[in-house]
Ligand binder design. Structure first.
Ligand code: NAP
Length: 428
């Protein structure tokens, strides 16, 4: 016999929590047809009831203590939308232990303690879902776990942070410099008051750690991810890239190689023809390469109230169906390999190097010889623009080990021919 009512509790009533409430209201008339069960919000956990009274039809559902939710045996699904590690971790853990399924959008928590929580869900025969934690409204966790399950995933490459993509798009399309584009992103609400997690690549780092774990069946946490943000990208680099038919994007990349898992976030020059190059503004996309499917790309809104609520509710519907059919407990730890993480120094790429150099004969030969002595060959010397008494040089290297280019740049920067620090950006 199937259950007729499924009751949920929302923890947190901010941007995504409000979106989930609205989607639930919108979907109410069709809920029975879609799920064959009625889905009710019984509680919303907030810190201050007064502040949220006018957002709900029935203010009685607003509570300030998690204990009443935990103690209520009628609550089947807990939807965690508070963010951060604590108290989210403790609440999710106790909900799972109490036999309640959990849906969360919390990337910080899943990237750090996802493995432990998945095992806990498995032990307690309940569900733990987190589709919204990776790319907002874009379905990617479920496709990796289900639709692409028969593939050996070779790589995942994504634009998974809308704030940085908005900033880089403004710099590319309107010639803005970084500070100007960041100020506009902040004004429009795309960037938070403290934009560090976005602009330094930490947010994208958490998302790629989650995707890499699922795709390669080996635990990858945020601390394994090499991160480099967009703060050093200048309008000049964007202009050089544009002139060469390239676009600069903040790329989250995970590759399963013979020497281990490469997992990093950094700006990258992509050819204008690459599918990720046309992902503009606050949009996100994830490009997956599997041995059977080959290339597939997932594209859409990676954040925001309603797109994120769409992903959360997709998980809630899926869990509700399992509860209705009495087959909860499908969450399994998909980690069965222990692949080492490859140090970024041992990864390979072509590099774009821009530097200010002494403007006199023989300088290029000196630079070429320092590169050569460090196993870095030059593919192209692109520009040589005069700046006061110096020259600006843009060099593209061939595909080389990261430690070799870094060694070469250290020597160059301490030599008499190079002025100041060089800019280095990886090339696709
Ligand atoms: N926003 C997006 O587009 C997006 C996209 C993907 C994933 N996510 C993830 O979704 C989660 C929620 O994000 P959000 O943007 O909705 O955040 P938000 O707008 O800051 O909302 C968080 C809400 O949780 C409440 N809260 C925090 N700690 C609480 C506690 N101890 N008890 C009760 N309520 C508490 C906050 O209450 P106060 O109002 O009292 O502070 C706030 O209303 C995060 O994990 C985030 O990473 C967000």
């Amino acid at each position: 016999m199937s259950q007729e009512e499924i009751n949920v509790a929302l923890l947190g009533f901010g941007t995504v929590g409000t979106g989930v409430y609205k989607v639930m209201q919108r979907q109410k008339p069709e809920m029975m047809q879609k799920l064959d069960v009625s889905l009710n919000i019984r509680y919303i956990l907030v810190r201050n009831v007064q502040r949220h009274m006018d957002k709900v039809e029935d203010p009685e559902i607003l509570v300030t203590s998690f204990d009443s939710i935990l103690a209520d045996p009628g609550i089947d699904i807990v939807i965690e939308l508070m963010g951060g590690i604590e108290p989210a971790y403790t609440y999710i853990k106790s909900a799972l232990e109490a036999g309640k399924s959990v849906v969360t959008a919390n990337k910080d928590l899943i990237a750090e303690r996802g493995g432990e929580l998945i095992q806990l869900a498995e032990e307690n025969h309940v569900e733990l879902r987190f589709e919204a934690a990776v790319a907002g409204g874009i379905p990617i966790i479920s496709p990796l776990l289900n639709s692409l399950a028969a593939n050996e995933i070779r790589s995942i490459m994504g634009i998974v942070n809308g704030t940085t993509n908005y900033i880089l798009s403004k710099m590319t399309d309107e010639g803005m410099d970084y500070q100007e584009a960041l100020a506009q992103a902040t004004k429009l609400g795309y960037a938070e008051a403290d934009p560090t997690a976005d602009v330094e690549g930490h947010d994208a780092g958490r998302k790629i750690a989650i995707m890499a774990t699922i795709a390669f069946h080996s635990r990858v946490t945020f601390k394994d991810v090499y991160t480099e943000g967009i703060t050093k990208i200048t309008a000049k680099d964007i202009a050089y890239a544009k002139a060469l038919g390239w676009v600069i994007k903040l790329i989250a990349l995970a590759r399963n190689t013979r020497e281990g898992i490469e997992v990093k976030v950094h700006p990258m020059l992509l050819p204008e023809t690459h599918p990720l190059s046309s992902v503009g503004g606050s949009y996100n996309a994830v490009y997956v390469d599997g041995d059977a499917v080959e290339d597939v790309m997932f594209y859409g809104k990676g954040a925001g109230e309603m797109p994120t609520a769409s992903a959360v509710m997709g998980d809630v519907f899926s869990v509700a169906r399992r509860i209705k059919d009495h087959c909860q407990g499908s969450t399994r730890d998909y980690v069965y390999r222990n692949i080492p993480i490859k140090r970024v120094e041992n990864t390979r790429s072509a590099y774009y190097v821009r530097m200010r150099v002494e403007n006199k004969p023989g300088v290029l030969a000196t630079i070429a010889s320092i590169f050569g002595n460090n196993s870095v060959s030059i593919e192209q010397v692109i520009q040589k623009n005069k700046i006061e008494n110096d020259a600006e040089l843009v060099i593209i290297t061939s595909n080389v080990k990261e430690r070799h280019i870094k060694d070469a740049l250290l020597i160059l920067e301490s030599s008499s021919v190079v002025r100041g620090k060089a800019t280095m950006i990886r090339v696709y």
